[in-house]
Design a protein around this ligand. Structure first.
Ligand code: BJW
Length: 247
């Protein structure tokens, strides 16, 4: 049976196109049940690291090898884990739209740097905070695929200058694809956030930016006390809640 998040109050079908457009914002929580640590919280990655040492351009300038070591640890871990039921449910939802079993378009905007959405079969994925398995050349902006023998000073395969860095958006840097994301948000009928603490901007502000034209849902393990900017909040682990939503 199919996949239709049309149950009220999510029945807004665009009258102009007859198409429902969904933007799904994912955060570290969706990959937690695959075995990847989230950032914040009791078992978070940042309990053992100072954010300013790893996650800022200044930290990388001071000690590129240390930063590289940190990301190599994440890369090793990533190579041992698999997508989970929540990643697969979103891929199913997108496929149903593509195969015209459902009049909808799904865009995943992920804050995650892992590749679990792609491995689950999603195609329409925007990585706003970069990708762990790529590097970025600060000279020519090429984004070569990371290889085991890449070090911060390894020459870029395109322009040959020693200007490679992790393809990660650090604090103070502009997230990627903001124009495309803005367009998708402006056009969407439903905005769904999954497994994100809503503490990092600009992603944390997306829910406010769709107010007035889109329904909004949050799937998260911990539901913050107090008023929520979301129309509907679904507590629980994403593998259970997201799979149940995309039945
Ligand atoms: C589950 C679950 C399960 C667990 N099922 N759920 C003051 C005010 C406002 C803004 C700023 C400010 N000072 C500075 C800023 C800007 C700054 C910012 O937001 N800082 C805040 C900390 C205040 N932002 C930036 O600098 C960004 N750039 C920017 O703003 O540029 C200017 C600009 C202007 C105008 C337009 C556009 C841009 C860049 C941010 C870069 C973030 N990079 C990182 C690191 C990458 C990887 C790495 O180094 O390792 O991206 S930070 C880190 O946080 C990572 C994540 O993508 C991001 C968000 O974290 P996420 O995904 O929400 O994870 P957690 O751990 O926080 O939460 C997990 C959630 O899952 C929890 O709620 C759990 O309960 C839940 N959960 N298990 C369901 N099984």
């Amino acid at each position: 049976c199919l996949l239709i998040p049309h149950t009220p109050p999510f029945a807004t079908i665009r009258e102009d196109t007859g198409m429902q457009r969904i933007v799904v914002l994912t955060g570290a929580g969706i990959s937690q049940e695959s075995g990847l640590q989230t950032f914040r919280g009791p078992d978070g990655l940042w309990n053992n690291e100072r954010i300013e040492d790893i996650c800022t351009p200044q930290g990388f300038q001071r000690d590129p090898l240390r930063v590289d070591r940190f990301y190599n640890g994440l890369r090793s871990k990533l190579s041992t884990v698999q997508p989970n039921a929540a990643h697969y449910a979103l891929a199913d939802l997108e496929r149903a739209g593509r195969e015209e079993r459902w009049a909808g378009q799904v865009t995943i905007v992920t804050q995650n740097i892992d590749d679990l959405h792609e491995r689950a079969g999603s195609h329409n994925v925007i990585h706003m905070h970069g990708e762990l398995l790529r590097l970025r050349c600060t000279h020519c902006h090429a984004k070569p695929v990371w290889r085991q023998d890449c070090y911060p000073q390894t020459p870029c395969p395109v322009c040959h200058t020693p200007s490679l860095r992790p393809d990660i958006v650090w604090f103070g840097e502009m997230p990627y694809h903001m124009e495309a994301i803005g367009t998708r948000l402006a056009e969407c009928d439903l905005f769904v956030a999954i497994g994100t603490s809503g503490t990092v901007y600009p992603a944390a502000g997306f829910v406010d930016s769709v107010a007035g034209h889109a329904d909004t849902m949050l799937f998260n393990l911990d539901i913050p006390h107090g008023p929520s900017p979301f129309d509907q909040v679904v507590p629980g682990p994403a593998t259970r809640t997201v799979s149940a939503w995309v039945r």
